[in-house]
Design a binder for this molecule. Sequence first.
Ligand code: SAM
Length: 224
Amino acid sequence: MARTSKRRSASGSREETELATVHAGISDYYSAKVRKFGTTPPGVDWTCLPTQELRFVQLLRMCDVTSPFSLNDLGCGYGALLSYLDRYHPASRIDYLGIDLSPAMLRRARRLWHNRANVAFAQGSFSQRLADYSVASGIFNVQQDQPRDVWERFVAVTLRRLHGTSRRGFAVNFIDAGSVARDGIYSAEPAQWSRYCIRELGATTEIIDGYGLREFTLVVRRAA
Ligand SMILES: C[S@@+](CC[C@H](N)C(=O)[O-])C[C@H]1O[C@@H](n2cnc3c(N)ncnc32)[C@H](O)[C@@H]1O
């Protein structure tokens, strides 16, 4: 018995170490980007504003922006989603929490949005609060030199945490495996993570694709 629990805790701490290494790699990568390019789409590794915002359009499809709701934005970068909401949904009433692993990113986000009511930021890999919805744009793409199995354990843990901190549902995007493969970039088949959310999280899912990017958006709703 004692030996079993020791073995279990050894594998638990191996997984924690593995996850911490993945998180550190992500943080370093994006901190370098934002230091180089500032609070612009290239500063969060996007090519341009129209495609950055096209992703927000898909992610927010699950929310009714005409009613008030709380939103966790995991991997918020410098908070570009807030600019998008200001421009296209100025009447929306959203209680927003942005979470990001990169301290350099968060410093800039806080500087940009410090005067804003109902907006807060936190450093970390998941939200400490339960919100109505969560979104995450671009957080699974940059695998760098992590082995695929390690990266997929990170994806699975992150989806589980998104589910656990979302009252109604969450939406995330992935690069579609059907698009051109690039070194260090993670891509997936839509069915893979949809199945995971249905089987492991007991959720219902919807795939949004065909919006002009080589990506898809996975919407995950709590089963009624
Ligand atoms: C491609 S950028 C997109 C930023 C923002 N969502 C946008 O679209 O403008 C991804 C961001 O997610 C952050 N990130 C990646 N994985 C994360 C995780 N598991 N937890 C928190 N932040 C994460 C990175 O530090 C980076 O700032």
